[in-house]
Design a protein around this ligand. Structure first.
Ligand SMILES: [Mg+2]
Length: 255
């Protein structure tokens, strides 16, 4: 039997249309939050959210591309790291067991190829077929070991070593990614660091809690952390460093 709807008159058509609209509205009224609840947080992310329309995401992405690709990002990274380097070189004159702490991603190493391939989205799993111009899973990207040194950070790292200051990396990369991370750091000329502290895969701490705990652990070894350098505020909050230096990163946010 055919299920084709045959409309025999305008009046009957309007009646059928009203029924369709009524059923559709009834479904929405009965389950008003189903679609929204699946995609939205239970409470606003930001305490200051006032409900006004945010900036257009597509325009923001173009601003980010311009910021990265036409010099402004490099200049601001250079300025932040120059300030850190001057502080470390000035401070490291007498006291023993001084240390600096560096974050890795977008602080010591740049993941720009992956970020651009993903159009500023974060894709944790899946392959990373960059050569095909397709999106890139972050774990697969780390395994490729193609992140590149952020030069002013490498210069700070070498300046600290030259002054006898211990160099620690603290990263939210996983312990299982240690070998690939070490290979990538060494290939990009970060060599002779004091320690590399990574997260356990089953860890329950937030990034900020983990990094703070690791700085305490460094202090427990008798070091004074004179500079903590990172691209996220979660790298820097929590104290346990004389000075914190924020590297620019408007490309992603890690709470
Ligand atoms: Mg980072």
């Amino acid at each position: 039997m055919s299920t084709t709807l045959h409309v025999q008159s305008p009046a009957r058509f309007h009646t059928i249309l009203k029924l369709i609209v009524w059923f559709a509205l009834s479904a929405f009224i009965a389950f008003p939050n189903v679609a929204l609840a699946d995609a939205c947080p239970a409470t606003p992310y930001l305490p200051s959210t006032d409900g006004s329309q945010p900036a257009n995401l597509g325009i923001l992405k173009r601003q980010l591309m311009d910021y990265k690709c036409f010099g402004a990002y490099d200049r601001e990274v250079e300025a932040a790291l120059r300030e850190a380097r001057v502080y470390v070189e000035t401070r490291a004159v007498s006291e023993q067991k001084l240390a600096i702490v560096l974050d890795i991603d977008e602080t010591a190493l740049s993941n720009w190829s992956s970020i651009a391939a993903n159009d500023f989205g974060f894709i944790p799993r899946g392959p990373c077929p960059l050569a095909a111009g397709e999106p890139c899973g972050f774990d697969a990207w780390i395994a490729l070991k193609k992140a590149t040194a952020i030069r002013p950070t490498l210069e700070l790292f070498n300046a600290a070593k030259a002054k006898g200051v211990a160099t620690f990396f603290i990263s939210a990369r996983r312990e299982a990614q240690r070998a690939d991370t070490v290979d990538n750091l060494e290939a990009e000329k970060y060599r002779g660091w004091t320690d590399l502290l990574l997260q356990q895969s089953a860890g329950t701490l937030s990034v900020q809690q983990f990094k703070t705990e690791m700085r305490k652990k460094i202090e427990d070894q008798g070091f004074t952390i004179i500079a903590n350098v990172g691209d996220q505020f979660s790298d820097l909050a929590g104290g346990h460093a004389e000075r914190a230096f924020k590297v620019p990163n408007p490309f992603y946010f890690i709470p």
